[in-house]
Design a protein around this ligand. Structure first.
Ligand SMILES: [Zn+2]
Length: 497
């Protein structure tokens, strides 16, 4: 694991290329948006997007996302969020632009939009907003990234695309590691793996929020401001949105202070990685407070009448559909179960497997009995329970429950790659069976580019270096952006044999 991480990190530095030098970053900053004297919304040109197969791109994007994250299959929330997005879209100058919202399992405030024109909003966001208007601000911001074509691939955005590829890989690896402490006891080696994983996550944090993303964030905020005024929603909602982000940033900073990450010298390869990390971290991503100030200035310039509006006229923010959704028994149960799954996950991380199993069992209940997240946590905990059992009847029951749980996971309509990583790394099925499952999962995830790397890695790990090398070739051809990672994964196997 260490070597693989180190290799990935080295590659990463190579791939970063210009972005790892300060001048490189400054040179690729777009400044076109700064100088335009019109509201952002007036700068958008409607382009003919018919050439692209949006449905296929969106689907491929969704399946790629499921490699690194849990997408929550909860229709009422999806329907509601997409209705809100429709309001944003219709108020925009590009009402025909395709976009779809999905809910992810994260309890933190996480939201992003992708090249496939999907918007992913975390359960944490849905839970914490005070009003529907705040959700509209969030969706308008994300839709703004799409309308402003922040995902298109010109020179500047190519650099960002490279970073996205890396972060997708790091995310999927990080999940995999947390799922596969494996059969051996948690030794110093494993502790080091966990440590490295934290570094990777930190590195990813630095990568996905680089300083040069600032311009895009501000532009998307301004777009959101424009949409709000079109929808005749008071500026209050956007202020609340920034307040929430600021509070979240404070908490994240506090948490980081409490848990300083020790850097493993093995992994950093003589400090190379650490210095790159320090450099990346020195570029601050836009703080919520700065964003709020920038929007206040922008609103002053273009929407002074709206700002002068007396508070009473905008009235109290009335939670409508949001209230209905959040008070529905189904949503309340879903929330409870996902929290239990999260508790199971952290108990597992703390090596309290008994608690992990208890919480996971609670999580696998209606209406989430067929959701990948709780089922995967249950599978992980059951696999840990096995070795501690003595009585033959208990052992047999454990084995049956493992089989049942895995079968349920493998039949799910909406799966996640993490479940597969748990299965490959921790079950005692034959290599032949595992290979079959790997190929089947590869098809299920629509041959997601990032999975090419994992596929090569597993064949390599399973001692089939010939197949690994062959697949590395396929990977280079089909997903050239992952060529280096694939070749490296194959090389690692051949070196061992
Ligand atoms: Zn953004």
């Amino acid at each position: 694991m260490n070597a693989r991480h180190a290799a990935a990190a080295l590659l990463l530095l190579g791939l970063l290329g210009c972005a790892s030098t300060p001048d490189g970053i400054k040179n690729i900053l777009p400044d076109a948006l700064k100088k335009d004297e019109r509201p952002v919304i007036a700068q958008i040109v409607s382009t003919d997007s018919k050439e692209r197969n949006w449905a296929a791109e969106s689907e491929a994007d969704l399946f790629s996302r499921r490699v690194s994250e849990y997408v929550v299959p909860f229709l009422p929330a999806e329907r509601y969020l997409n209705e809100l997005l429709d309001r944003v879209r219709k108020a925009s100058p590009v009402p025909e632009l395709p976009a779809k919202v999905y809910l992810t399992s994260k309890m933190s405030l996480a939201a992003d939009s992708t090249e496939g024109h999907n918007i992913y909003i975390s359960l944490g966001w849905l839970e914490s907003v005070d009003s529907e208007e705040e959700l509209l601000v969030l969706l308008a911001h994300e839709f703004g990234h799409l309308a402003l074509r922040h995902h298109d691939s010109d020179g500047f955005f190519n650099a960002q695309k490279r970073l996205k590829i890396l972060s997708a890989f790091i995310m999927s690896t990080a999940n995999q590691n947390s799922a596969s402490v494996g059969a051996d006891k948690l030794s110093t080696k494993n502790k080091r793996v966990l440590n490295n994983q934290e570094i990777l996550i930190q590195l990813m944090d630095a990568l996905v929020h680089p300083m040069w993303k600032r311009e895009q964030e501000v532009a998307a905020d301004k777009f959101a401001r424009d949409i709000l005024s079109k929808l005749q929603i008071s500026a209050k909602a956007q202020i609340a949105f920034f307040d929430r982000l600021a509070k979240d940033e404070e908490q994240v900073a506090l948490a980081k202070k409490d848990a300083p990450v020790k850097v493993d010298t093995d992994f950093t390869l003589g400090g190379v990685l650490q210095s790159a990390l320090d450099e990346l971290k020195s570029y601050q991503h836009p703080k919520a407070e700065d964003r709020a100030n920038e929007i206040a200035e922008y609103a002053d310039k273009f929407y002074s009448e709206v700002r002068k509006e007396p508070k009473s006229s905008s009235g109290k923010l009335v939670p409508k559909g949001l209230d209905t959704l959040r008070k529905s028994p189904q949503f309340v149960s879903l929330q409870k179960n996902y929290k239990a799954a999260l508790e199971a996950e952290s108990a597992y991380g703390n090596e309290d497997y008994e608690l992990a199993l208890k919480k996971a069992r609670l999580a696998v209940a209606k209406p989430t009995e067929n959701h990948a997240y709780p089922l995967t946590e249950l599978l992980k905990a059951l696999l840990k329970e096995g070795p501690s059992l003595k009585a033959p009847r208990q052992i047999a029951r454990n084995r049956k429950e493992i089989d049942d749980t895995w079968r349920r996971i493998a039949r799910l309509e909406e799966r996640s790659w993490t479940s597969y990583a748990v299965y490959f790394d921790n079950t005692s099925d034959s290599l032949e069976t595992k290979q079959k499952v790997l190929e089947e999962s590869f098809r299920y995830f629509r041959e997601a580019p990032v999975l090419q790397v994992h596929r090569v890695t597993y064949y390599s790990k399973w001692g089939n270096s010939k197949k690994a090398e062959e697949l590395a070739g396929v990977c280079a051809m089909k997903s050239p952006e992952y060529r280096d990672l694939c070749h490296n994964a194959a090389k690692k196997g051949s070196r061992k044999s």
